[in-house]
Design a protein around this ligand. Structure first.
Ligand code: ATP
Ligand code: MG
Length: 459
């Protein structure tokens, strides 16, 4: 007997199906997590009952994937449980499988990827059915494929990423045979869809206290070099002493530690940390490459990487934007105008992301400014919360005022408003309509004089 404490509906669903004559087991992630002593997520059931029978036996069902044999059973508490008819793979392609219904639990377990995922647990008898030794593997902290590892990876290359994720989360040693086959399969995983690759990365970041464990395996297996070559370049020997020589280890290791210092619920910031060093020079990136300064180069590379993964535009803007600003913090002792200009560039709305990343970096020694971080954060927050305008739209003066003054709208409006903002960032007391109107008049006069002078020279 092994007790896994499933939620009430699990034995209820099992009892209902078994009374109707259909063998039913709990399988997959919930059983594995329960056996490992971790909180369990979604409880999935596998049954001999065909989908029509499942739908007939329960009052409230949802056809989740009838063609794959999955019916959602809605419990009284509103939770949806996936009940899937025993299946076997008929055909595999390296990225998806054609399945058909199977007769037995054993057939169903045989198609599952790793032994720890191929343990069935009976919700009434409270015993396991474990033909591949998954319970023992969990105890021995070992990750093995069900069956021949080379064949199993070739059926679905996503299993490479799943293996690294499970090994990281459960601190498992990948069995030597499985590891060899995994490493050999890496160059063929190019057929996977970017969305599935991204989901795997996001699962590591969002569901794991220490994403560094699985991500280190990404590097060790060659997955990082294959899927994320620009990150793989950060792995390795220390960069030459430079402006960033406060790093005591290579950029990749530092980012991993900093990612661990951010809670899983804030996983987009973990992503930011991972990508934050993309613009910094490394041994293998020659100076002058692309001719961009590191912050912009970092933003470009981060955006390109996220675009490749088909991330949403909102996510790309948030993460790549933070990558640009997070590696160029202002000095904690900079004069007020400089801090205001910096914050106007970064954007008020981004400050909380940047602060969280800096704090994580400082916890692991990746912060260049010594013990001055609290001062910097305090000063930036005070500016951010004040009513000092940090963008043109926040000025007490706008294009409408220029029109009222009799000017025709044109491209110079933007330039002029930027100039006014710059003056106000220098000295916030200037943010008054009458003062800015006067300043605008002066600017226009000067510009016209300049244009005329240039015209004279040209003439
Ligand atoms: P998580 O939900 O954390 O990803 P999980 O093990 O529950 O972990 P699911 O994708 O929910 O993963 O799949 C449930 C079960 O289905 C797995 O435990 C495994 O038995 C099987 N399975 C899922 N994906 C595959 C795959 N690519 N190859 C073989 N079996 C798989
Ligand atoms: Mg699951």
């Amino acid at each position: 007997m092994i007790d896994l404490n499933p939620p009430g509906p699990v034995p209820w669903i099992c009892r209902t199906l078994e009374r109707a004559g259909f063998e039913t087991w709990a399988v997959g992630g919930a059983v594995r997590d329960g056996l490992a002593g971790r909180g369990t997520g979604d409880w999935d059931l596998t049954t001999a009952a065909p989908p029509e029978e499942i739908r007939r036996l329960f009052r409230r069902t949802v056809p989740i994937g009838i063609e794959h044999g999955t019916v959602g059973v809605l419990a009284r508490d509103g939770t949806l449980y996936e009940v899937t008819t025993f299946r076997r793979d008929v055909e595999t392609s390296g990225r998806h499988a054609v399945v058909s219904f199977a007769e037995t639990l054993d057939e169903d377990l045989a198609r599952r990827d790793f032994t720890i995922n191929a343990v069935a647990w009976h919700p009434l008898r409270r015993c396991v059915h474990d033909p591949y030794g998954g319970v023992e593997d969990l105890r021995q902290r070992r990750l093995r494929t069900v069956g021949d590892p080379g064949e199993r990876f070739a059926e679905d290359y996503l299993r490479i990423l799943r293996a690294l994720r499970f090994a990281g989360i459960f601190r498992l040693q990948v069995d030597p045979g499985t590891w060899r086959a995994l490493v050999e399969a890496v160059p063929r995983m190019g057929i996977l869809s970017p969305e599935r690759i991204r989901e795997e990365l996001e699962k590591i970041l969002s569901s794991h206290e220490r994403p560094s464990a699985a991500l280190s395996l990404y590097a060790a297996s060659g997955v990082l070099a294959f899927l994320y070559p620009e990150l793989d370049r950060l792995v390795g020997p220390l960069p030459e002493p430079s402006g960033h020589s406060h790093l005591l280890m290579d950029g990749w290791s530092h980012s991993l530690l900093a990612a661990d210092a951010i809670p899983p619920s804030q996983w987009p910031l973990r992503l930011t940390v991972l990508l934050s060093r993309l613009g910094l020079p490394t041994e293998s990136t020659g100076a002058g490459e692309e001719g961009l300064p590191p912050p912009e180069r970092g933003r470009q590379r981060a955006a390109a990487l996220l675009k490749r993964l088909r991330s949403s535009n909102a996510r790309i803007a948030r993460v790549a934007g933070a990558v640009e600003w997070v590696i160029q913090p202002p000095s904690a002792d900079a004069p007020d105008p400089a801090l205001r200009r910096w914050l106007a560039g970064a954007g008020r709305e981004r400050l909380s992301d940047l602060v969280r990343v800096w704090i994580a970096e400082s916890r692991v020694g990746g912060w260049p400014g010594g013990d001055r971080l609290p001062t910097l954060i305090h000063r930036l927050r005070r500016i951010s919360r004040s009513d000092v305008p940090l963008s043109v739209g926040e000025l007490d003066f706008s294009g409408r005022d220029l029109i009222r003054m009799g000017h025709r709208p044109g491209r110079y409006f933007g330039e002029l408003l930027e100039h006014l903002l710059d003056r106000v960032l220098e000295d916030p007391v200037l943010n008054r309509r009458d003062v800015l109107e006067e300043e605008a008049r002066r600017w226009i006069e000067q510009t016209q004089t300049k244009v005329k002078e240039r015209g004279n020279v040209a003439g």
